[in-house]
Design a protein around this ligand. Structure first.
Ligand code: ADP
Ligand code: MG
Length: 822
């Protein structure tokens, strides 16, 4: 039955058609059989004709209909990779890029040197690669090197409905690149693929596509899913509710996989642990065991009370290898780092029931590819599959055999306050579109059920759609990259959803302050100034900064790093700052009671170690960044072994990533200024005292807008300000985190890497600043006026500049800041 239809749009302009070649693919019979069942296969001809006739095509279809795995194969067979160009596919998530490249290679029976992937630090792309899966960030970097993307004959932007920032930018850029390529006689195609969610953002946006592209809808066979709402909505312990609901499904309902949606990695692990404890199973059962289990399974209701109790602690039958060590820092940040409060006491647990084995697997975006691949394999015989996932399972990955979905109704998002720069991870209600998408996961192979752990009234209050990421995060890195592409008037860029003007202004302001953009002409009118600020051209320093694959603040540090031979240190510090969570979490709760005393000892020892890395005297003032430097230095000196990392509370994966990033940044610096000739030294000596001073100043230059001043004794109007710091834009105090090297020192001025709001607002990555450096290094932030013009607050709210009084020398004026401004 033909279910897809081509939506009729205005007549598309004819494009030079691709050579009519057909490349034979020698698939294994079982693969061929599996793919024939996918709905998208029935539409191959419609899709390929649309691609042949048009430069832009939008393809939307239910998750699991075969878009990601099949469309690249269609294009390959039609000869789109047989000439000089290859097929590029972008994914917003690293897990998807890796896993889909493996899957497609396997389906096509081709080696991974032909069907390859590239994510931030790794990949298996070769000169022979024909289909390349990559993260959207990787393609954006490639556009900077070659604006016309001449290596590619087709680009597929996958998961466009996720509206990740890079995806949005890529679509905007490609809407301009493709016509340019066509004009040059190097035809190129853009295929935007999305779940069936709000495609109008792309197709109805005339700035993006003056002629609406054809939309092909693939109607996947979706079985009915009965949705069950809770009567009440648990506000606190929803993960407990999730656990109990999953147990109930497993005990009461017929076979079929369970997919559980939670919000973050720690929650996922906690529920996995509880489920494994409640339904343990051992590998290597005999067939009779399994048959016996199946029989019991059917009578489970009757037998429920007479089951033996087992030792609750004896549950780790599965290798416990999905631990936190699997974390990898990177582009996928949506799940955040969460401080989990540990599992609830054991008396709340279900009785352990070994007769009902449940094969429990976690799934989240930072999980290693090997771990993640497990969800695609059938569960061991006699067990039921239960995948406990974050919203990666919503659209990126389709897990086979799911019949039940348990939806907590929430999602964890990084919130960024544009005004204050404070970021925090918050769990919020998801959108109606996401909740429906989650429910749909239950009806892929047969009719299913979705249990929503909230009431229908609450659902009614959900927003219809999730908002595009670009509207929720700072955009300075994007603005710098766009300026480097000579897009000066960023406001005019065809964003599918434009960021607010406010965010664009803030980004340009920061970039001007960092010296990456030319200073706009001064003008009295705020409006005019804003307009001027939105079209500042890039400066030579900005070009250098844009070539470093890190955020502008860090890029500035790299650009300044060559002074006093500090570059190797700056590279190491920047690498460590951009990798998430290099240290083991010392606040982690003990898994068992036995562990709690050893954990306490370990905490004490590791804290000691970090103090040692921070050093004494002068080097201590570099603060947490010195700790990072010490950790990297010590770890590399020891050869960066898993053993060293384990013993010293470092995450091995993070350390490997730092090593890769150091190599990458070193190359980048050498290509920007070859005369410095830095190299990665594994036996890096600690910085000298004067180098530490230089490093602190470089850090100040990069993090200048993150300057905080300790509140003086006499200003303590409210006790909450004790040990608090004042920052330019926040009314509330921020504090140095207890884990910081400077927690006890409390320097009068500090810069911080970020403010993260948990129980309080804490500065992370703190380094001390000498007050007299401020007007010298942050001249652009300073407003040198007469004493009368300098009332508090210290920062001028309209310009964001530091107000201070200038007398004869900068140093004196700095002292005056303290006296007058504070
Ligand atoms: P879409 O992109 O439309 O969501 P996909 O192309 O990702 O669909 O998936 C098509 C089918 O291929 C799904 O049924 C999914 O279960 C299956 N699939 C995808 N990756 C794997 C894998 N690594 N192993 C087994 N099956 C897979
Ligand atoms: Mg897909």
């Amino acid at each position: 039955k033909k279910e897809a239809r081509k939506e009729s749009g205005p007549a598309p302009s004819k494009q030079p058609s691709q050579p009519a070649v057909f490349i034979h693919v020698d698939r294994l019979p079982e693969m061929q059989e599996a793919r024939l069942r996918l709905p998208v296969l029935a539409e191959e001809q419609v899709i390929m004709e649309a691609v042949k006739e048009n430069s832009f095509v939008v393809l939307c279809g239910e998750t699991g209909s075969g878009k990601t795995t099949q469309v690249p194969q269609f294009l390959y067979e039609a000869g789109y990779a047989s000439g000089s160009g290859i097929i590029g596919v972008t994914e917003p998530r690293r897990v998807a890029a890796v896993s889909m490249s493996h899957r497609v290679a396997k389906e096509m029976n081709l080696s991974t040197s032909l069907v390859s992937y590239q994510i931030r630090y790794e990949g298996n792309v070769t000169a022979d690669t024909k289909i390349k899966f990559m993260t959207d960030g990787v393609l954006l970097k490639e556009i900077q090197k070659d604006f016309l993307l001449q290596r590619y004959s087709v680009i597929i932007i996958d998961e466009a409905h996720e509206r990740s920032v890079y995806t949005d930018i890529l679509i905007g850029l490609l809407s301009r690149i493709v016509p340019l390529r066509n004009k040059k006689g190097l035809p190129m195609k853009l295929i935007v693929m999305s779940a069936t969610l709000r495609v109008e953002d792309f197709t109805e946006n005339r700035k993006l596509f003056p002629v609406p592209p054809p939309v092909i809808k693939v109607e996947a066979r979706q079985f009915p899913v009965s949705v069950h709402f809770n009567k009440r909505t648990p506000l606190e312990d929803y993960s407990g509710e999730v656990f109990h609901k999953t147990c109930k499904i497993h005990r009461m309902l017929p076979p079929g996989g369970i997919l559980v949606f939670l919000t973050g990695q720690a929650e996922v692990h906690s529920v996995c642990r509880r489920l494994r404890r409640a339904f343990p199973f051992r590998r290597g059962r005999t067939a009779t065991d399994t048959a016996e289990e199946m029989r019991r399974f059917k009578k489970v209701k009757l037998k429920k009370t007479s089951l033996p109790r087992i030792d609750l602690d004896n549950y780790s039958a599965l290798p416990v290898d999905e631990g936190d060590e699997d974390r990898q820092a990177g582009i996928d940040e949506e799940e955040g780092s969460d401080l989990e409060l540990g599992d609830p006491p054991a008396d709340d647990e279900e009785k352990a029931d070994p007769s009902l084995p449940l094969y429990v697997l976690p799934l989240y975006s930072l999980l290693s590819p090997e771990q993640q691949a497990k969800v695609f394999r059938p569960p061991p015989p006699g067990t039921r599959l239960c995948v406990v996932a974050t919203n990666v399972a919503e659209t990126s990955l389709t897990i086979p055999g799911i019949k039940y979905v348990v939806d907590c109704g929430r999602v964890k998002k990084r919130f960024y306050d544009r005004v204050t720069g404070v970021s925090s991870f918050k769990v919020t209600w998801t959108s109606q579109a996401s909740a429906n998408q989650r429910a749909g996961r239950a009806g892929r192979t047969e009719p299913g059920h979705c249990y929503r752990l909230y009431s229908s009234a609450v659902f009614g209050d959900f927003s219809l759609f999730s908002e595009a990421e670009i509207t929720r995060r700072p955009v300075e890195d994007l603005v710098l990259q766009m300026k480097d592409l000579n897009i000066d008037k960023v406001v005019n860029f065809p964003f599918p959803t434009p960021p607010s003007t406010e965010a664009l202004v803030a980004a340009e302001q920061l970039l001007v302050s960092l010296g990456a953009l030319e200073e706009p002409p001064r003008s009295g009118q705020v409006k005019e100034m804003e307009r001027a600020r939105l079209s500042c051209p890039i400066s030579p320093l900005g070009r250098a900064m844009a070539s470093f694959p890190v955020a502008p603040r860090y890029a500035k540090m790299l650009a300044l790093g060559k002074q006093q031979d500090c570059l190797p240190y700056v590279i190491a510090v920047v690498a460590a700052m951009t990798v998430r969570e290099i240290f083991e979490d010392l606040d982690r709760p003990a898994a068992t009671e036995d562990e709690s005393s050893t954990l306490a000892q370990r905490r004490a020892r590791l804290t000691q170690m970090r103090r040692l890395w921070a050093g004494q005297g002068a080097s201590l003032l570099l603060g947490d960044l010195m700790v990072l430097l010490g950790a990297v230095g010590a770890c590399e000196f020891a050869g960066c072994t898993p053993k060293f990392c384990e013993e010293n509370g470092l995450r091995y994966k993070a350390m490997l990533e730092i090593r890769r990033l150091r190599g990458q940044l070193t190359n980048a610096v050498n290509s920007v200024c070859p005369e410095v000739g830095v190299f990665v030294d594994s036996k890096m000596a600690p910085p000298t005292e004067s180098q530490v001073v230089c490093l602190r100043q470089i850090v100040l230059a990069g993090l200048g807008d993150h300057l905080a001043r300790r509140v003086q004794q006499e200003e303590l109007l409210d006790p909450k300000w004790r040990n608090g710091y004042k920052t330019p834009l926040l009314d509330e105090p921020v504090y140095i985190h207890p884990s910081s090297a400077l927690f006890k020192t409390l320097p009068p001025f500090v810069v911080y890497q970020e403010v993260l709001e948990t129980t309080k607002m804490y500065m992370k990555g703190v380094s001390a600043v000498e007050p007299e450096w401020v007007p010298q290094i942050l001249t652009r932030y300073c407003h040198f006026g007469s004493p009368l013009e300098v009332p508090s607050p210290w920062f001028c709210p309209s310009t964001g500049r530091i107000k201070c009084h200038c007398t004869s020398t900068f140093c004196e004026s700095a002292l005056l800041i303290l006296e007058i401004g504070y």
